[in-house]
Design a protein around this ligand. Structure first.
Ligand code: PSV
Ligand code: MN
Ligand code: MN
Length: 386
């Protein structure tokens, strides 16, 4: 087994990015259940993110979604984050919530709509310049519902053209992260449905274009860790949108539905040398019925636990069993790590950093929930899931 000190050192280097929209109200197409004390604006979302960081110590980055997080002064928002020990992470573009986008955004058959979408993407890069964000995260709801509705290849050409224009606009330190999703809202074709399509576009664009793996965006049974291994090997894994799913894009807490899958993914990340700043460990979740801040803390802890288990894999023993063709032995090495209770190790790590061993309990004791319930009235909907 890897020495606990090495595991702790590696864990300390991981930083988990929380999404601004997970702090606001969200729901399904049937109902958004409003909660007391939710943020009324992006400034308060950052205040809540600071609570997650305060109790976990490994979530210092917050992703924004534009225009859900529209403010007049993005540099001031970045300062607000900095004053709370945070920094602003990925800027998520939103070209899916306006009437013009009924037939798509950058793949739309009408050049005027494509132009509007592209202008929004440029605006997102301007925001990155102001916030110091490294990553532009692109997810397109583009696709078609019926065979013959539009030309599949022409839509790919339009997509490539838009991506090239955005890539061109990026600074040297900025990256374009392309997210795929196999269906929804389009039901027949989706223009970026899978890692292969995203990879092909990123490859053409250049080194600073990489793929985002949203764990909820695959068909049931897909071997996500294989995709992760392959993208890492090709130097094209830009990051994750972590969440878990029972059915489709459920956006539940990561590690809730299938902790073993999360472990297998993190094994590939660790094995492929992806546990550094090159891979963004973002959450993309919607907490519809559970209280938001503790749910985000729990999610951060779930990622940490899976990472710790992956770090505990005895790589030497695994390699030896694999070379010897010892099928059961190799599998046992992996399962030993998965079945290790890493909670005491993580509690120790937190204590060493001056944190309480149980971040959820510490949050509940802190009085923050009572304070925001008292001080915030009329919380804002995150903009998602309605
Ligand atoms: C789309 O389903 C998605 O995963 C994209 O990342 C969006 O930006 C996000 O959800 C919003 O929650
Ligand atoms: Mn996502
Ligand atoms: Mn999604």
């Amino acid at each position: 087994m890897t020495a606990p000190s090495a595991v702790k050192a590696a864990l300390s280097s991981q930083s988990i990015e929380t999404p601004s929209w997970a702090y606001g109200n969200s729901g399904t197409r049937f109902k958004v259940f409003a909660q007391e004390g939710v943020p009324r604006d992006p400034w308060e979302k950052i205040d809540d993110a600071a609570q997650v960081q305060r109790h976990t110590g490994v979530a210092p980055v917050v992703a924004l979604h534009i225009p859900w997080d529209k403010v007049d002064d993005y540099a001031a928002l970045a300062r607000h984050a900095e004053e709370r020990g945070l920094r602003l992470g990925a800027i998520n573009a939103n070209v899916f919530q306006e009437d013009e986008y009924r037939l798509g955004s950058v793949c739309h058959p009408d050049a005027a709509v494509r132009r509007k979408a592209l202008d929004h993407l440029f605006e997102c890069v301007d925001i990155m310049d102001a916030t110091g964000s490294r990553d532009l995260k692109l997810w397109f709801a583009d696709g078609t519902n019926y065979p013959g509705q539009d030309d599949i290849r022409a839509r790919q050409d339009r997509l490539a053209e838009a991506l090239a224009a955005v890539y061109e606009r990026l600074g040297e330190e900025q990256r374009l992260l392309l997210e795929y999703k196999f269906f929804e809202p389009a039901f027949y074709t989706t223009d970026v449905p899978d890692w292969g399509t995203a990879y092909a576009h990123c490859l053409k664009l250049g080194d600073r274009a990489e793929v985002v793996v949203d764990t909820g965006h695959h068909a049931p049974g897909t071997n996500i860790e294989f995709i992760v291994a392959l993208l890492l090997r090709e130097g094209k894994l830009g990051g994750f949108d972590f969440n878990s799913r029972f059915y489709a894009d459920d956006d539940l807490m990561v590690g809730a539905a299938d902790p073993f899958q999360l472990f297998r993914i993190m094994c590939e990340v660790v094995g492929g040398g992806g546990l550094g700043p090159g891979v963004a460990f973002m959450l993309d979740q919607c907490h519809n019925i559970e209280p938001k801040i503790p749910a985000i803390i729990r999610s951060v802890m779930n990622v940490q636990e899976a990472t710790a288990k992956a770090l505990l894999v005895d790589r030497e023993a695994l390699g030896a069993a694999q070379s010897a063709g010892d099928v059961l032995g190799a599998n046992a090495v992996l399962m030993d790590a998965f079945n290790t209770d890493v909670r005491p190790l993580l509690a120790e790590l937190r204590a060493e950093s001056g944190l309480a061993p149980d971040p959820v309990a510490a949050y509940h004791r802190s009085g923050w929930a009572e304070q925001i319930t008292e001080n915030r009235k009329g919380g804002q909907q995150a903009g998602w899931g309605a």
